[in-house]
Ligand binder design. Structure first.
Ligand code: CA2
Length: 152
């Protein structure tokens, strides 16, 4: 029988939304050359060195992301989310984040404010505890750091 020790500080849910599975395969000028696996590995490593566990999910489907946020209540202590284009469209994701009342950090790899006007508005930011944009994939490590402080 194997047993795993529960992470001392609980688990962070790391969510990536639509098209982020394509990271590292196209548009390196905007999103860099790291893959989604690289992002998940570096975020998990940052979480573990702060005493958290990490649970990573990427989905291209809004309802799957909403179900994962709901499931985080009682199983996670905080959420890091890059909702991709749903950031700019989804009242449903915003309502899910607000409903679970967990500290949630919104991350964008690119600086959305330097891009098209439609990327300047986020439905999620008002219900998130912090927002990190334009720091590349380092933004995910900054998000762990923000939750580390918030949850201390
Ligand atoms: O900058 C970010 O992290 C975004 O959340 C990325 C989204 C975009 O819709 C947001 O406005 C900003 C798009 C993710 C698409 O990722 C791709 C990666 C490689 C190739 C094509 C798309």
């Amino acid at each position: 029988m194997t047993s795993t020790t529960a992470p001392a500080r609980g688990t962070l849910l790391i969510l990536n939304g639509p098209n982020l599975n394509l990271l590292g395969t196209r548009e390196p000028g905007i999103y860099g050359s790291a893959t989604l696996s690289d992002v998940e590995a570096l975020t998990t490593a940052a979480a573990e060195s702060a005493g958290f566990g990490a649970s990573c999910l990427q989905s291209n489907h809004e309802g799957v992301l909403i179900d994962a946020i709901h499931a985080a209540r009682g199983t996670a202590v905080g959420i890091i989310i890059n909702a991709g284009a749903y950031t700019h469209t989804s009242v449903a994701l915003r309502d899910a984040i607000a409903a679970v009342e967990l500290p949630t950090v919104e991350v964008h790899i690119s600086n959305v404010h330097k891009r098209e006007e439609f990327r300047h508005h986020s439905y999620l930011s008002p219900v998130c505890s912090a927002v990190i944009v334009g720091a590349g994939i380092h933004g995910y490590e900054l998000a762990v750091s923000a939750l580390d402080k918030t949850l201390s």
